[in-house]
Ligand binder design. Structure first.
Ligand code: SF4
Length: 370
C-alpha cells in the first residue's frame, strides 16, 4: 500500500498535526530534555508500558544512573532493582549491556546513526528511529501501536496491526508521511495523537486535528479500524512456591540472566503437575531445584498474576527446613536472608505481591506454622 496524497495534502497534514501537537502535547518529563541518554531510557521504558506508569520509574532510574557511564558500571542487581515492577526485564538487561558496550567501544558516546543504534543489544527499529529522530533530528519514522492505529484509520488501511508482515507496510506509510524537517516532533505528534485523541475505543474525532484527511471518519469506520488477527487464548499455570525458613532466615534463589524474569530473585518453586496438590508440588520442586528436604507448613497466599502470553496462580507456603544442603538445579545463585533484607533484592511482580503479607504474618520464627 502506498500513500496516495498529493504533496500539498501531505504538507497540510504535517502542518495541522504539528500545530496541534505544539498546543496540546502533554508536558512529559522526557520532552523537557535533549539528552539522548535520557530519551533512550524513556523510549525503552515506554515500549511496553503506559506513560503514567513510566513517569516515576523514569525519574528514579535517571537519578540512580544519570548517564551511560553510571549505568555501565552498575551491577545488574542494582539496575534490576530500579526497574523492579516495570516488567519485561529483558529491556533493562539489554539497556545495561548496551551501556557497557557504548562505554567499552565508543568511549561512552551515544551513536548518531540509525545503523549503529541497531547494533546495540535490545535496539530494534522502534528504539533506533525514536532516539535518532527525537535526539538527533534524523529522518526515521517511528511505528508503534499508536502510530499503526492512526495510519490504519487515516488511510483506511485494512492490514491487521498485529500481523508481523504488516508492520513493514505501516513503516513505509509512516516514512512517506514523515516531516523530514522536524522528524522528532512529527513522530511524537503521531504517537500523541494515537494516545490522546485517536484512542483504541471511542476516538475523539470531533476534536481531531487531522479529521479532514481521515478516510475512516469519512466512511464511519473509525470504530472498526484497525483490524486485528484473532489472538490465541492465554494459558494459565498453577505454580507452587515455598518460603523455606531456617535459623530465622529464608531461602531465595536467583534466576539465570537470560529469559523471562532473568536475573531476578525469587522463592523456589515451580509448576504443579497433573494429579499433584500444590503442597506436594512445593515439596518436589524444592527438592529438585535446590536439593533441600522441607516440610510444607501453612499456606501464605494465593496470588494471580498476568504476563503478556500467560497467566499464573501462585500457591505460596511457609516451609520448614528439614535437611540437606543447597544444590542448585536451574537457579544460578542463592541466599539465606532475613525477611527484613528482602527489600534489598529485585523480585518479580508476582513475588512482590505476597512479600508484604509475609512480612506481616510471620515473626521470623523457624516454626512458621506454630
Ligand atoms: Fe482517528 Fe477520528 Fe482523527 Fe480519524 S478523525 S484520525 S479516526 S481521531
Amino acid at each position: 500500500m502506498r500513500l496516495k496524497w498529493s504533496a500539498a495534502q501531505q504538507r497540510r497534514f504535517r502542518i495541522g498535526l504539528r500545530e496541534w501537537y505544539l498546543r496540546h502535547q502533554r508536558p512529559l518529563p522526557w520532552r523537557q530534555t535533549n539528552d539522548p541518554y535520557a530519551i533512550w531510557v524513556s523510549e525503552v521504558m515506554l515500549q511496553q508500558t503506559q506513560v503514567e506508569t513510566v513517569i516515576p520509574y523514569y525519574h528514579r532510574f535517571l537519578s540512580g544512573f544519570p548517564d551511560v557511564y553510571r549505568l555501565a558500571e552498575a551491577s545488574l542487581q542494582d539496575v534490576l532493582k530500579l526497574w523492579e515492577g516495570l516488567g519485561y526485564y529483558a529491556r533493562v538487561r539489554h539497556l545495561h549491556q548496551a551501556a557497557q558496550q557504548l562505554v567499552r567501544d565508543y568511549g561512552g558516546q551515544l551513536p548518531e546513526s540509525f545503523e549503529q543504534w541497531k547494533q546495540l543489544p535490545g535496539v530494534g527499529d522502534y528504539i533506533a528511529a525514536a532516539v535518532c529522530s527525537i535526539a538527533f533530528n534524523l529522518p526515521y519514522a517511528v511505528v508503534d501501536g499508536n502510530v499503526k492505529r492512526v495510519l490504519s484509520r487515516l488511510l483506511g488501511c485494512e492490514l491487521p496491526i498485529n500481523q508481523t508482515s504488516a508492520t513493514r507496510q505501516y513503516r513505509m506509510l509512516a516514512q512517506e508521511l514523515l516531516d523530514i524537517r522536524q522528524p522528532g516532533q512529527h513522530n511524537q505528534a503521531m504517537m500523541e495523537l494515537g494516545a490522546t485523541v485517536c484512542k483504541p475505543r471511542r476516538p475523539q474525532c470531533a476534536s481531531c486535528p487531522v479529521q479532514k484527511f481521515c478516510l475512516a471518519f469519512k466512511d464511519g469506520r473509525q470504530e472498526t479500524l484497525p483490524l486485528r488477527l484473532p489472538g490465541n487464548s492465554i494459558p494459565e499455570y498453577i505454580i507452587a512456591v515455598g518460603v523455606v525458613h531456617k535459623n530465622g532466615k529464608v531461602l531465595i534463589t536467583r534466576r539465570k540472566a537470560e529469559g523471562l524474569l532473568g536475573g531476578l530473585w525469587e522463592f523456589p518453586g515451580g509448576k504443579v503437575r497433573a494429579g499433584e496438590s500444590p503442597a506436594q508440588a512445593c515439596r518436589r520442586e524444592i527438592l529438585e531445584e535446590v536439593g533441600l528436604q522441607i516440610k510444607v507448613e501453612a499456606p501464605i497466599a494465593q496470588i494471580r498474576h498476568a504476563y503478556s502470553h500467560f497467566k499464573i496462580v501462585l500457591h505460596v507456603f511457609h516451609c520448614s527446613y528439614l535437611e540437606g544442603s543447597v544444590k542448585l538445579n536451574g537457579p544460578v545463585d542463592y541466599r539465606w536472608v532475613a525477611l527484613q533484607e528482602l527489600n534489598n533484592y529485585p523480585f518479580p511482580g508476582a513475588n512482590r505481591k505476597f512479600i508484604p503479607r509475609l512480612l506481616e504474618a510471620t515473626s521470623c520464627s523457624d516454626n512458621p506454622s506454630g
